[in-house]
Design a protein around this ligand. Structure first.
Ligand SMILES: [Zn+2]
Length: 225
């Protein structure tokens, strides 16, 4: 079987991050985090890192070309390992999706790219996000919930199950901010999906309004079949 790369697509609150974390921990899959990659390139003062540093310092946004270059760099390393890959939070725009498709078609034609779409209503996503806590450790970023039926309640109050760091609330995890984030997300989601589907990228859809364990199991059953 050829190497798979799963693009996790879903709004904030759909459980993408937690699902990625479960896959990484259970199977040792490799997860793309553009945030971590940016920090790594800056710390190592690579060509990309210097450009990112300059852009951030001048208060601009990192453009889609640079982000795709960074992902390309990452793929060069991880494709060699043969490990299953997870793309969470990338591509984020139609432009990134187009660049990603062109790049993988040209450089990694063997890579089996597939969309994993997580379905959740706005109200359910908001309900989740306003009750979530995240690990304060940047390298961990585990997500927990105050809701008892979520399957994500921390074993010890306000302490991360994985690394023991304190849990905190993200300042933008409020209903008002979430309504706005969802509106922005929904606006881009369909265009990005169309772009990926036009390129014949296979898609599997999962109901995300279920406990995370259930979503994990249906995802694993569907992709490992
Ligand atoms: Zn942690």
């Amino acid at each position: 079987v050829s190497q798979a790369a799963y693009i996790f697509l879903g709004p904030p609150g759909s459980g993408k991050g937690t699902l990625s974390k479960l896959c990484v921990e259970t199977f040792g899959w490799l997860q793309l985090s553009t945030g971590n990659l940016c920090r790594k390139h800056i710390a190592e003062q690579t060509d990309i890192g210097k450009q990112i540093d300059f852009i951030i310092k001048s208060g601009k946004l990192i453009d889609d070309q640079l982000i795709t270059d960074m992902v390309d760099c990452w793929l060069e390393e991880v494709v060699k390992t043969g490990s299953t890959l997870i793309l969470d939070g990338f591509p984020r725009t139609v432009d990134q999706a187009q660049r990603f498709i062109q790049m993988t078609n040209r450089k990694y034609p063997e890579l089996r790219v597939q969309i994993i779409r997580l379905l959740i209503s706005d109200d359910a996503a908001i309900d989740r996000v306003v009750s979530r806590f995240v690990c304060s450790n940047k390298a961990c970023q585990a997500v927990f919930s105050a809701k008892s039926d979520s399957g994500l309640v921390a074993k010890r109050d306000l302490t991360c199950d994985y690394c023991g760091s304190p849990l905190c609330r993200r300042s933008d995890d409020t209903e008002i901010v979430m309504r706005n984030r969802l509106q922005v997300y929904r606006k881009h989601e369909q265009d990005m999906l169309n772009c990926l589907l036009d390129a014949q990228t296979p898609i599997k859809e999962f109901q995300a309004e279920v406990p995370i364990e259930d979503m994990f199991n249906s995802f694993i059953n569907a992709v490992m079949r």
